[in-house]
Design a binder for this molecule. Sequence first.
Ligand code: HEC
Length: 142
Amino acid sequence: MKKISIALIALLSASVMSAHADVESAHKLANKYLGIAKAINPEYKDFSAEDGKAFFNREITVKGKQVACASCHTANPADPGKHIVTGKPIRPLSPVVNAKRFADLDKVEKNFTSHCNDIIGRDCTAQEKANFIAYLLTADKP
Ligand code: HEC
């Protein structure tokens, strides 16, 4: 009995840790962007989840259509999204509910670059990325 409960505790804490790992890596990544953003703009002191939210929901006209990050990722980044062109489901963007997010930094960079270019016509700044991740980390569970 004792052996089983120890094994169970080990198992539980391992799963808690791995669920944590991507919130952790999202924090790390947000801090990396924060560092870059501060180096570029000393006026910028800290994350603003509020600015991240505004950025996420801001509609921009792309090829005559109003599009925002929220168009595919929904207004709540903890909810599953849907691609507006292909109709394909998209798993939630927030690392709070989707442990696979922000786990692979190369993938995150690649997605940022391609989506930012698609939507706003340029890569996002470090400040925008830092705020964006800070906002995703505040997302409510659905
Ligand atoms: C036209 C639909 C669409 C729009 C608009 C869109 N995305 Fe995405 N996004 C996707 C899809 C599809 C994926 C990848 C699906 C997956 O990994 O499950 C994704 C994934 C991402 C990821 C990867 C996160 C990770 O670690 O896996 C980031 C970051 C991201 N999007 C940021 C943005 C930002 C910032 C905007 C607004 C500037 C935006 N997206 C707008 C469709 C979209």
